[in-house]
Design a protein around this ligand. Structure first.
Ligand code: FES
Ligand SMILES: [Fe+2]
Length: 354
């Protein structure tokens, strides 16, 4: 079950060219493409003639032609040409999904297209602010998306899972000063770790000679977890005005269900130090990539056990507060969506003849 009326990350802007890109999102096969005039579009990846995936076809001008018998679809999914005949058959169309480029990302709406509001797409200025440099990647993770939510919202695991990179000193992470702000549409967890030992990744990037103060803010909304991190020499404080710490990091985590038990993970790591040195950005990216591989091992192993023991109860501990609230938010929003669908008496998405 998925929350459909929500903006999800479908990819990075640079991934989309006039070569069709196939991706399964929320269990639906989707083809995305860029027209020759630069517009982006997403359609159901299935020709309405004989079901060949439209991703086998090619972009022609501002439309997509099927790779089997050449039917041509516009960006709204309407068939606009059938080779060898003048008449377009009734109902010759496929579903289309609103797709928007913003902050270097492709955002897709898989629910009721009439309810899609582009103003609701979350902001992420760190991909274009020159005070920050970033690099990212896309992984497919073999687990349910909520295991990734849990992992990113509860960073008390950092000391245990990421000892070689951003972790070490497990006690400092478990004992961080923590607050959880619960909202109807999300949750924000704040963590502060004063006077702790700098972990290996930080020492490789910056010359900390003594202990450090670390703050972290983890902002969850469905489909996205933004992690903001600031590090300063212990006792130096934080500049509220510039929001620029000695070592500032911003981690973007687009979490988009692929299927019920696989998840697209679109991430970037941005830093505010030595931003004009590509080598530093590459190294920082590699360090974060290594930590995410450690997380992948954990969540994929958990997934196997959840499948093996579906009825077994799990206990909760204090640091689960944010993750539990995120689950409540998802459950509540899905429930509301289901009720509305039921009241409307129709499936939210059916192909529309233009
Ligand atoms: S299957 Fe697409 S045109 Fe025939
Ligand atoms: Fe992690």
């Amino acid at each position: 079950m998925f929350l459909k009326n929500n903006w999800y990350v479908a990819g990075f802007r640079e991934e989309l060219t006039t070569k069709p890109l196939a991706r399964t999102l929320l269990g639906e096969p989707v083809v995305m493409f860029r027209t020759e005039s630069g517009e982006v579009a997403a359609l159901e990846d299935r020709c309405c003639h004989r079901n060949l995936p439209l991703s086998h076809g090619k972009v022609e001008g501002n439309a997509l032609s099927c790779g089997y018998h050449g039917m041509v679809y516009n960006t709204a999914g309407q068939c606009i040409r059938v080779p060898g005949q003048d008449v377009i058959p009734t109902g010759a169309c496929v579903m289309h999904f609103p797709l928007v480029e913003k902050d270097g990302l492709l955002w897709i709406w898989m629910g009721d297209a009439d309810a899609a509001r582009t103003q609701a797409i979350p902001d992420y200025p760190f991909h274009s602010d020159p005070r920050w440099a970033h690099k990212g990647n896309h992984y497919t993770i073999n687990c349910h998306y909520e295991l990734i939510h849990d992992n990113l919202i509860d960073l008390s695991h950092v000391g245990y899972v990421h000892g070689k990179t951003i972790g070490g000193t497990p006690g400092a992470h478990s004992e961080a000063q923590m607050s959880t702000e619960r909202r109807d549409d999300g949750v924000t967890v704040r963590r502060f770790m004063p006077g702790t030992i700098p972990p290996p990744t930080y020492l490789r990037a910056m010359n900390f000679t003594g202990n450090i103060d670390r703050w972290m803010e983890i902002r969850f909304v469905p489909g996205l977890i933004r992690i903001y991190i600031g590090v300063n020499d212990a006792g130096q404080g934080f500049d509220e005005k510039t929001q620029m710490d000695k070592m500032g990091m911003r981690i973007f985590n687009g979490v988009t269900p692929e299927t019920e038990n696989t998840t697209h993970y679109f991430w970037t790591a941005a830093h505010n130090f030595r931003v004009t040195e590509p080598e530093v950005t590459n190294n920082f990216h590699s360090e974060i990539a290594a930590t995410f591989e450690e997380d992948r091992t954990v969540v994929e192993a958990q997934q196997k056990r959840f499948e093996q023991f579906p009825g077994r109860k799990n206990v909760h501990i204090k640091t689960d507060a944010g993750g539990i609230h995120a689950r409540r938010v998802m459950a509540q929003l899905m429930e509301t969506e289901k009720t509305r669908e039921g009241q409307a008496g129709v499936a939210t998405r059916v192909p529309q003849t233009a």
